[in-house]
Design a binder for this molecule. Structure first.
Ligand code: 5AD
Ligand code: SF4
Length: 441
């Protein structure tokens, strides 16, 4: 049988990257080999993101570029997947002719059947129905050769309905996988050599809400930490309103849980947080940060912030800046508010101009760069444990690893260190990485 080649272009978050890996696993079963070159492909999938308008534009321009390949090869199958596909459904076919397949976030497990149908009779397929069961999350993705870190989805969807966000509409209601399925997967990953797992979900703190037998996130972390071979546990993303004291205590009580939390604050103004429907005040957020730092002084804290949400005045924006000065995050992903169809924020008054949003974002990022640099400089002369992941991008003689606090460190060393936990002394803190010197394994 002739080899068939699959090319996948992925946009957006880690969740999407994981979904694409699952697609590749399913398609390998019907003979497709993943390639890195779209020119050679018999099947192309574009896995899209819809969180901000820019992500949508990128997905469509990539689709347009890849459609040209179809002029040369009419047998090429092109599929449009992910959040934007879920959002637009059949409208994708009217916007771009000759797309064969449009499928949403709950239909990944049906991919082999859909492709086989298209191969048999060249018809267009659209599947964007939601399912009440978790199918896709249980597809096992074997780690790639030599890979030490793996992502494990523990839940799908979101029930929070933050006013700006499309995720609850496009990924459906929150559903958790059973602890049994998750633990089996992590045991398998450990047998394949994985040492670090990152638990994924839109709001991992509320893990277990829909499960019987009282499973919750803290009990899940404790069970994972009993798995031999797993040295490090991480998770993302946490919602401040659901961050319990019990979970905060895990950072000091569960040795395998790494000292890093991504805790999106979104704004430092109480009136904007209310309009955003975030369910906490700035005072409550600050109290959680204090608790995290007193329970685990070394913890690194990262966040997401949106500027220019409707109604955000200069005073509200200044409150976000003041909050950043108080907290001094290790790093922040910051975004200009992007209006999304169907969300509550779309109907709000007081739209902020593009120029104002750009100006606020620029200022905020300059402040955060200053904080990140200061935080990284503070680490100079400290000793950090690294999990060595591979060669450094900067130099042939250097290796690269991540600290427990999620910072990248480059240091002199050889490939025999890959997969090992080593201690390094930090010799220099830069904005995007640290320099270290190995002291022992
Ligand atoms: N506009 C700008 N940023 C957004 N995010 C989510 N929706 C929007 C939007 N409509 C940001 C939030 C979230 C991160 C994943 O993306 O900060 O935490
Ligand atoms: Fe979107 Fe809010 Fe859910 Fe995060 S918690 S996915 S921002 S609705």
């Amino acid at each position: 049988m002739k080899n068939k080649y699959l090319y996948i272009e992925t946009f957006g978050c880690q969740m999407n990257v994981h979904d694409s890996e699952q697609m590749a696993v399913l398609l390998a079963d019907i003979g497709y080999k993943l390639v890195e070159n779209s020119q050679k492909a018999d099947l192309i999938l574009i896995n899209t993101c819809s969180i901000r308008e820019k992500a949508e534009q990128k997905a469509f321009s990539e689709l347009g570029r890849l459609m040209k390949l179809k002029e040369k090869n009419p047998n090429l199958i092109i599929g449009f997947a992910g959040c934007l596909a879920q959002h637009l459904g059949v409208k994708v076919h009217s916007r771009v002719k000759n797309v064969d397949l449009v499928f949403g976030t709950h239909n990944i497990h049906r991919l082999p059947e859909m492709i086989t149908d298209i191969q048999k009779e060249r018809k267009k397929i659209t599947r964007i129905d939601f399912s009440s069961k978790i199918y896709s999350l249980n597809i096992f993705v074997p780690p790639s050769e030599g890979s030490l870190c793996a992502f494990v989805s523990i839940m799908q969807g979101c029930d929070n309905y933050c006013a700006y966000c499309v995720v609850p509409y496009l990924r459906g209601p929150e559903m958790s996988r059973t602890p049994g399925d998750i633990l089996d997967e992590i045991q398998k990953l450990s047998r394949c050599g994985v040492k670090e797992v990152t638990l994924l979900g839109q709001n991992v703190n509320s893990y277990g809400k829909n499960l019987k037998h009282g499973s919750n996130f803290v009990s899940l972390i404790k069970k994972i930490s009993d798995i031999d071979g797993i040295d490090r546990i991480r998770f993302t993303t946490s919602h401040p309103k659901d961050l319990s004291d019990e979970l905060i205590d895990c950072f000091s009580r569960v040795p395998k849980l790494c000292e890093h939390i991504h805790l999106p604050v979104q704004s430092g103004s109480n009136s904007i947080l209310k309009l955003m429907n975030r369910g906490y005040s700035t005072e409550e957020y600050l109290r959680k940060i204090d608790r995290l730092r007193s329970s685990c002084p070394k913890i690194s804290i990262t966040s997401d912030i949106i500027v220019g949400f409707p109604g955000e005045t200069q005073k509200d924006y200044q409150e976000t800046i003041d909050m950043m000065e108080k907290i001094r995050f290790d790093s922040v992903f910051s975004f200009k508010y992007s209006e999304r169809k169907g969300t509550a924020a779309q109907k709000l008054q007081g739209k902020v101009t593009e120029t104002e949003k750009r100006q606020r974002l620029k200022e905020l990022q300059a402040l955060q760069d200053r904080h990140t640099q200061e935080k990284n400089t503070e680490l100079e002369e400290s000793v950090q444990e690294l999990l060595v992941e591979g060669r450094s991008k900067n130099s042939e003689q250097d290796m690269m690893g991540r600290t427990r606090s999620w910072k990248i460190v480059n240091f002199k060393g050889g490939p025999e260190l890959i997969g090992k936990l080593v201690n390094v002394e930090i010799t220099r803190g830069y904005l995007h990485s640290l320099r270290g010197k190995m002291i022992d394994r």
